[in-house]
Design a protein. Structure first.
Length: 95
């Protein structure tokens, strides 16, 4: 397998990973309670479209709200991009 083929494979793996992390497994916090004192109920990884399904009844008290954890998502994508970029640079020096 040539270096070019390895680079293409690396790019395909990176694109798939970004799609999975950015769309299919996005970090959410489920918060609930009165608006002035929200409490974290659960932290889950869920598809991005589950954010549109925000409200559900819970224990006859309030509705849980799904909040996207943007900083965690961006941090994960940044770290993965950095790792793939370093691997790409290492492969470029072998040519």
């Amino acid at each position: 397998m040539e270096i070019k083929d390895i680079k293409r494979l690396l790019l395909v793996i990176y694109v798939i990973f970004v799609i999975v992390v950015g769309v299919l497994a996005v970090p959410f916090k489920k918060v609930w309670g009165p608006s002035n004192e929200l409490r974290v109920y659960d932290v889950v990884y869920a598809p991005l479209w589950s954010l549109t399904d925000k409200y559900h009844r819970m224990d006859d008290y309030t509705f849980p709200i799904y909040e996207l954890q943007v900083t965690r998502l961006l941090f994960t994508i940044f770290i993965v991009s950095l790792i793939f970029f370093i691997i790409y640079l290492l492969l470029s020096t072998k040519e």
